[in-house]
Write a protein that binds this ligand. Structure first.
Ligand code: 0A1
Ligand code: ZN
Length: 881
């Protein structure tokens, strides 16, 4: 484990290296305990650098067995090696030489899942961000682009399949049952994109003909026997390849494209050139084992990794501060893909919900950082919602400002100008400036400044003058180490809506630049005056969520109700209803704190019924509208002095009120939505299931609810319905005979399917209330649970600590004690996973004082543990700062 050195990496310290490595040839002789790696590097000294300047290579826990230059083994005095660095001082005078480095690894003991490791007897690698240095000494940074040739040797019976990046370049038999394969990747790439897989795997094969008529062989490799579960992933891959050609003119460039699913993986998936490695959760699916959400995730992640081939691989990042260059842009691309494959309106709402659930709390808490950070201690901790999701929103805003056509011209220029390079955010912004002739310098603050901007907006109407005025004020709250903020350029899409629900015209506007329905806010305060507005309009703001900001709007409830029923922008219509729900929940929370029973306006609860039954709206949209803001959403909007129990009661009360007010509509619709057709994972069918399942959630609160959910569970013909019913039983009817039976039946049925058991762990970890901690503790001893598998840990421990507000924040601090124990236990093997778990307490300062004190104590006790990894120390110290 890499312990913390306390070193802080700074953007301004970036310097190009003195040496380059244009060619890398690697030979692996694979064995679980002692794998030999021979790296033959062509090293080039840059012009102007003296031969006396040593070559300093990165390592991480390496065992060096030999170093040679130009065929001569170096003497111990010619170099200095530690497990974490190799410094060679005796270098040839010639500007180009061949360096051979031999190392020995024990993949079977690599539990951090970085570098070369074993997952269920399969050798695999993970090199982003700095895992390559756990394989060999190298200039392990993304601006060192090298052409790789790889030879893999293994015992044929142990590893019949040998894969690496690029195209196959030969294979054959060796003595004693060994065999080998060679791979060559003609595209220069950074070391973080290197990959190797070797083992016994099942294959699903297909092919794809590119726009220019080249045939690409496609392979998806899975655990033998699971080939039948890879069909959806293959279909998603082919659709992604086609879409990238049509939407962005990007064609695939190698002869093969392979995907391997492994069961031990720290993240979702990895875009290694020509050889994507996936967490098997995001490959394997059928109706029996995967939910509609799983299908949608698989489609999105397959697309995301594939799209990286251009945005990340062909054009990579100069340094890790530029991570959003590949991630923000690639998330934007996968969002667009899913929007085109599914429903754009529904997709946008789902994206915004995710952003608010994950990125807003990050931006509003101690871990806030700019989309392009300027410093880090541990880069693994910067694969964040800010870099990914906010990064994508920033790209979306560029498109909003430039218009779709100019945006596309800018991207074309980006591919043309920077193909084969390691680029920066400045390069990225420049192509859009050049393509549009606009100055994006103020806009670029979105990359450099942390925090979620807020817009305070009020309006006045002067009927005599036929003038409607919006007073808009922007503010960006202070964030760690950025107390003073500069004014941002915020593109705010809007519409004035008349009583007939249609857009109201205006004759002129002054006070801000307004183009194509977008107000460009650039100053602290704008008075935006619309002339020729006879009647007072309702105002639809931040349409389509044009900017990732919070709004404080003085809006009359009547207008909000009107927009919730009439806004023609589906996102804003959803938003209007969601705001009404949030406002009601916040006042209910206050009532609960004041010892009162919360009450709700009947026009609100009735509107829920109206939306549910509105056949003009897509079922998936209706399901999203009926999903109340989560407890965490409510806590975030309240902001301080959070009592999770009071939030829970308020939310329960509103759910019951909506169910009670709409009994007949809901139950009638629930019956009508029963699917009689054969299962299909398409968006429309999934939408109908989503609506029916949320109706079940409401109906389960009415008399006979547990029995209804039990019937739903038993008659389910797919995992979406089965898991939804189990959730309702476990969460709403915890401890009931129906819940106990369903949980037991599920466990028996899926005991040998780890990915399905994850759902079982997850559901039980979500049960609200003080007793859940005991169940979670007990489940850590379940035979299907393992502290070494990231998916298992996230399902049980991760769900409990980041998605169970009442259980985790139990008043006596027991949830936090469990959290400290498990984080420290996980950290010993897998620091990256532990650091992610530890972010569950990032919003500790918004808790009420007693919980806050206990949460702080928990963080301090992690911080005081000995030999803490760089990953965990970084998170804990920033959270406490
Ligand atoms: N680049 C991947 C994410 C990723 C990052 C780090 C990893 O290992 C520590 C693995 C994957 C993506 O964006 O999909
Ligand atoms: Zn990515």
């Amino acid at each position: 484990m890499r312990t913390d050195t306390g070193q802080v990496f700074k953007l301004e310290d970036y310097r190009p290296t003195d040496y380059l490595i244009p060619e890398t040839s690697l030979t692996f002789r694979l064995s679980p305990e002692a794998t030999r790696v021979v790296a033959v590097l062509t090293v080039e000294r840059r012009g102007g650098i003296a031969a006396s300047v040593p070559l300093v290579l990165d390592g991480d826990g390496l065992t060096l067995t030999r170093v040679a230059i130009d065929g001569r083994t170096l003497a111990p005095t010619d170099f200095f090696a530690t497990p974490d660095q190799l410094t060679i001082t005796a270098l040839p005078a010639a500007p180009r030489f061949q360096l051979v480095i031999e190392t020995e690894l024990a993949p079977a003991h690599n539990e951090a899942l970085m570098g070369l490791y074993r997952s269920s007897n399969v050798y695999c690698t993970q090199c982003e961000a700095e895992g390559f240095r756990r394989i060999t000494y190298f200039l392990d940074r993304p601006d060192i682009l090298s052409v790789y040739t790889v030879r893999i040797e293994a015992l044929r019976h142990e590893a019949p399949l040998l894969l690496s990046n690029g195209n196959p370049a030969g294979s054959g038999e060796l003595a004693d049952g060994w065999h080998y394969a060679r791979w060559h990747d003609p595209f220069p790439k950074p070391s973080y994109l290197f990959a190797l897989v070797a083992g016994a795997l099942g294959k699903v094969a297909d092919s794809f003909v590119t726009l220019s008529g080249r045939e690409v062989e496609l392979g998806i490799y899975v655990e033998p026997g699971k080939e039948g579960l890879a069909g959806y992933a293959m279909d998603a891959l082919k659709r992604s390849m086609k879409w990238d050609e049509e939407a962005f003119g990007r064609e695939y460039d190698l002869d093969v494209f392979n995907i391997v699913a492994v069961s031990d993986f720290n993240m979702g998936a990895m875009e290694n050139k020509g050889l994507n490695i996936f967490n098997d959760k995001y490959v394997l699916a059928d109706q029996e084992t995967a939910t509609d959400a799983d299908f949608a995730n698989i489609e999105a992640i397959i697309a995301h990794e594939y799209f990286h081939n251009w945005t990340g691989n062909r054009i990579t990042c100069r340094d890790w501060f530029q991570l959003c260059l590949k991630e923000g842009l690639t998330v934007f691309r996968d969002h667009e893909f899913s929007a085109d494959q599914r429903s754009r309106a529904v997709k946008r709402i789902a994206e915004v919900r995710t952003l608010r659930a994950h990125q807003f709390p990050e931006d509003q808490g101690p871990l806030a950082h700019p989309v392009r950070p300027r410093r880090y201690r541990e880069i693994n901790n910067f694969y964040t919602a800010t870099v990914y999701e906010k990064g994508s929103e920033v790209v979306r805003m560029i498109r909003t400002i430039l218009g779709a056509e100019t945006f596309r011209a800018g991207l074309d220029l980006y591919f043309e100008r920077h193909d084969g390079e390691a680029a920066t955010i400045e390069d990225f912004i420049k192509v859009f400036e050049d393509a549009s002739g606009r100055d994006l310098s103020q806009f670029s603050l979105w990359y450099h400044q942390a925090g979620t901007p807020n817009l305070t907006i009020s309006s006045t109407h002067n009927p005599a003058a036929q003038e409607f005025t919006l007073e808009i004020e922007q503010s960006v709250p202070p964030t760690p180490s950025e107390s003073r903020k500069r004014l941002m350029h915020i593109p705010l899409a809007f519409r004035l809506v008349g009583a007939d629900g249609k857009a109201m015209a205006f004759s002129s506007v002054e006070g801000a630049s307004v183009e194509d329905g977008v107000i460009h806010i650039r100053k602290r305060r704008h008075m935006v005056r619309f002339s020729g507005v006879a009647e007072r309009p309702a105002i639809s703001l931040n349409r389509g969520f044009s900017a990732p900001v919070t709004l404080s709007v003085e809006q009359k409830p009547d207008d909000q109700f009107f927009l919730a029923g009439h806004d023609d922008d589906t996102f804003s219509r959803w938003q209007a209803f969601n705001t009404l729900l949030t406002d009601a929940l916040i006042s209910a929370f206050r009532q609960v704190l004041g010892g009162k029973r919360p009450g709700f306006a009947s026009r609100l609860t009735k509107l829920a019924g109206k939306i549910a039954g509105d056949g003009t709206l897509e079922p998936a949209y209706r399901a999203l509208a009926l999903a109340l803001p989560s407890e965490a959403d409510i806590a975030r909007d309240i902001g301080k002095n959070i009592d999770p129990d009071a939030i829970f009661s308020a939310r329960e009360a509103l759910t019951a009120a909506i169910a009670g007010a709409n009994r007949e509509i809901f139950s009638d619709l629930y019956d009508r939505l029963a699917d009689k057709a054969a299962f299909s994972p398409d968006a429309a069918s999934a939408g109908r299931r989503a609506l029916r399942n949320i109706l079940l959630d409401y109906l389960s609160l009415l008399p006979g609810g547990a029995a209804l959910a039990a019937r739903h569970f038993q008659s389910a013909t797919n995992m979406t319905d089965r898991a939804a019913a189990l959730t309702v039983l476990a969460l709403r009817h915890s401890g009931s005979p129906e819940a106990v039976k369903a949980l037991a039946d599920f466990e028996v049925k899926y005991a040998t399917d780890p990915l399905v058991m994850d759902k079982w762990f997850q559901i039980q970890a979500s049960v609200p209330g003080p007793k859940t901690i005991d169940a979670v503790r007990a489940l850590t001893g379940h035979p299907a649970f393992s502290m070494t598998n990231p998916n298992r840990v996230r399902s049980l421990v991760g769900t409990f600590s980041s998605a169970n507000q009442t259980g985790f924040h139990r008043t006596d601090g027991e949830g936090y004690r469990f959290f400290v124990e498990t984080v420290l236990q996980v950290e010993k093997r897998n620091p990256q996973l532990a650091a992610r778990l530890a972010t569950a307490l990032r919003s500790w300062r918004s808790l009420e004082p007693s919980r806050q004190a206990k949460a702080r104590e928990a963080l301090l006790s992690i911080g005081n543990a000995e030999n803490l990894s760089a990953d965990l120390r970084d998170i804990v110290e920033r959270t406490l700062a």
